[in-house]
Ligand binder design. Sequence first.
Ligand code: COA
Length: 260
Amino acid sequence: MTYQTLLLEIRDAIAFVTVNRPDKLNALNDQVMLELGKAAESIASEPEIRGAILTGAGPKSFVAGADIGDLARQGPFDGKARAQRGQRVLRRLETCGKPVIAAVNGFALGGGCELAMACHIRIASENAKFGQPEVKLGIAPGYGGTQRLPRLVGKGVALQLILTGEMIDAQEAYRIGLVNKVVPAADLLAESEKMMRGILAMGPLAVRLAMEAVDQGLEMTLDQGLLLEANHFGLLAATQDTKEGLTAFLEKRSAKFQGR
Ligand code: COA
């Protein structure tokens, strides 16, 4: 698959995906969303990809939101359709079964903040800025911001960000739990890769089922979520990876996981 608006490079099992419209601060137009959907599908289905790191081209912006030019032309029905298409793309990324890290290298506004929130982990450079400024444009978040932001930072802080449209810096995003880590800009990709390599050294089936339990469990009652967790725990006991992980510990050696 060739991309016009994304760069996708697979290096040692990690897909490095870069939104590549730096002249428009990597704003998400329809082409970017289409290609992000294809990239999410590749990440999910291609066995040589075991995790993905998502970033934006250029020093200034991760993604500065949905493309305002596209939004200016939409009516109510295509507006709804655009929101649902975008939501599906982000959800596919979130449920691709492999870890996805957002390496946030600058503005993550509107759809950019929403895209980062659909990733499993967010690492921000010191110059990153976050916000849901849609209300300033007379619109509301449409790619999951009203749903994922309160799940990540709590209802009160989420409403403050969504209703005021204010922009916050990386340290504030870290303080409220929106990002996992803040690093110097020069170290962003290396730090993201380091964390990803650490995750990829773990049992891949265990990683996959743990992500699934967290994702699905958040929408369940505690008892349902606990049952799901116990089912996964039991299922993993039938895998070679679990036997290898436990035996390796007892034999005082590193585990060699095969993903089966
Ligand atoms: N959609 C379309 N184009 C965008 C964009 C977006 N969301 N964000 C930035 N751009 C474009 C600008 O129009 C400009 O294009 P031009 O050079 O052809 O005029 C280019 O990217 C550079 O942006 P500019 O505004 O000149 O950079 P800046 O450093 O002065 O400001 C921002 C940076 C992020 C503060 C500002 O671009 C901005 O507010 N963007 C919109 C953010 C937003 O509301 N996102 C949510 C959309 S739902």
